[in-house]
Write a protein that binds this ligand. Sequence first.
Ligand code: NDP
Length: 324
Amino acid sequence: MKAVRVHRTGGPEVLSYEDVPIPEPQAGEVLVKLEAAGVNYIDTYQRSGLYRIELPAILGQEGAGVVVRLGAGVKNFKEGDPVAWTGVLGSYAEYAAVPEDRLVAIPSGLSAKQAAAAMLQGMTAHYLARSTYPLKEGDICLVHAAAGGVGLLLVQIARMCGATVIGTVSTAEKEALAREAGAHYVIRYTETDFEAEVKRITQGRGVQVVYDSVGRDTFEKSLDCLALRGMLVLFGQSSGPVPPFDPQILNRKGSLFLTRPSLGHYIATREELLERAGDVLGWVKEGRLRLRIHAEYPLSRAAEAHRDLEKRRTSGKLLLLPGQ
Ligand code: NDP
């Protein structure tokens, strides 16, 4: 089969499109023929070496397709079932062997592309808004990179929770998309001081929570945007990792909370995975959560997808299509 492998860490050029054997599903695993694989920022961290993985490896944390073979002891799936998953490495490929306890059935009426586009970023937006800091009516939240893959979904889910949403973006096009997703206020943080703007919008009080995936470039000012006892949810580092941090700063700035969550810890049990995936895929099906697929690339052009993502050229989901 064709797959995109990484043999050494580096830039997008280390993504190698090559022939590899189709994986054998082990006990408890299911062999899936992929229709679409999601591209996510974490793939760039694993490619560059910011996050360590054992090499060589087939990249990709998210995919959807059809069950073609069952490993020993698989109980809950059969050949022909449409399925999706996240959190298992190896989706930049024509086939992947996935533990059945990480698989989710795609509801009828949803395509594999929609499922691949919703799993990782959708469940991330879900846990951030519903569990890490459960938003409620009256809360004001700040969402950085509001027109990104996670951002557009987080804005919509934050609105569903009844919160007022302030988003940050880099361009006028992204501003329009963040507003379309439901952001009440949008700040172009590349041109305007977002801290001053948040203070102005909140009449100096600050926001209850900042969802910050940008990291190095926004971290300090994000803390300064918080109301007393507010929470900074640092969930990514698109601009680079945040340097070491003195916890005393949290006291000085108003008994703040800081957390650095990861999706894996919020879908660790099968129950939690099914609950979040059920909500997210259900909302997409009902039309309550709109997916924006920014671009689809043939699997062979994974490097181009990584370049576009890292150069801030994208708004929404990037998909890789095997067999093209
Ligand atoms: P995005 O589509 O959000 O792409 C990243 C965006 O970040 C860019 O489009 C850009 O938006 C913004 N950005 C700001 N500064 C930079 C910079 N210097 N370089 C590149 N981008 C920058 O990606 P994803 O939706 O895939 O992921 C968003 C973030 O969320 C990532 O940091 C990812 O690691 C994290 N994440 C964390 C998870 C978790 O559970 N902890 C799960 C999923 C994602 P703009 O141009 O508007 O500034």
